[in-house]
Design a binder for this molecule. Structure first.
Ligand SMILES: Nc1ncnc2c1ncn2[C@@H]1O[C@H](COP(=O)(O)OP(=O)(O)O)[C@@H](O)[C@H]1O
Ligand SMILES: [Mg+2]
Length: 224
């Protein structure tokens, strides 16, 4: 059995079908890129995996445990799925500095406050932002904001990391940097990574596996 399995997952909004019978199998510690145009259902698919959106039909299994099943009426809450997500617009908190972003996650995980500063250091170092604890989102560049969003997701120690269009608002140089960041995360933490993009170039040299989504349907999938 694959590490992540989606079976015939479907979702409609106000009667309009946006994800249709999506079945996918993803192996542990791999990087999968899903490519599709704007409006093809990519974000909805990621949100259903993380538990932020409830499918209408289908089944989602992570590491042998069903987290969603329409038939069996199973729907595991997002905080119990241990899936980290980096949103397309980063969703940082303007009134919190970099250290506080990570501390917030550590607190939610009930990590004792004594242990938090060292962990904050560790995650900031992982994204090459050592010593930036007291910087606020408004003081960070676009690339730094995205890396902070990544560090916040990693501080959860997620078993799966979802990235929504991680390259769409980065220029060529930053894009290259963030690719290296993702590769490093994969190598050091062995996280299973799934990202979506509208640009086929974003799959090359990063994803082990790819899928193509069109109007909510997976029309192609394979190894790269
Ligand atoms: N909460 C929602 N309510 C109504 N329609 C939605 C909602 N979320 C997404 N949609 C619609 O579903 C379709 C797919 O959206 P989305 O998953 O965001 O696609 P993508 O990320 O590929 O651009 C779009 O037509 C979008 O307008
Ligand atoms: Mg989207």
């Amino acid at each position: 059995m694959a590490y992540i399995e989606l079976k015939e997952v479907s979702k409609a909004f106000a009667g309009k079908s946006v994800v249709k019978d999506v079945s996918l199998e993803i192996e542990r510690s791999t990087v999968t890129g899903i490519m599709g145009r704007s409006g093809s259902g990519k974000t909805t698919l990621l949100r259903m995996l993380s538990g932020l959106e409830t499918p209408d039909y289908g089944e989602i299994t992570i590491d042998g445990v069903k987290v969603f099943s329409s038939k069996e009426k199973i729907n595991v809450a997002p905080e119990k799925r241990n899936v980290g997500m980096v949103f397309q617009e980063y969703a940082l908190w303007p009134h919190m500095n970099a250290g506080q972003h990570i501390a917030f996650v550590l607190e939610a995980k009930k990590i004792p406050s004594k242990k938090r500063p060292a962990l904050i250091k560790k995650y900031l170092a992982l994204i090459r932002m050592e010593g930036r604890e007291t910087s606020y989102p408004g003081q960070l560049s676009g690339g730094e904001k995205q890396r902070l969003a990544l560090a916040r997701a990693l501080a959860q120690e997620p078993r799966i990391l979802l990235l929504d269009e991680p390259f769409s608002s980065l220029d060529k140089e930053l894009k290259e940097g963030f690719r290296e960041e993702i590769k490093r995360v994969r190598e050091t933490l062995e996280t299973t990574i799934l990202y979506v993009t509208h640009n086929s170039e974003d799959l090359e040299g990063l994803a082990d596996n790819m899928a193509r989504i069109e109007k909510g349907k997976i029309i192609m999938q394979g190894r790269l």
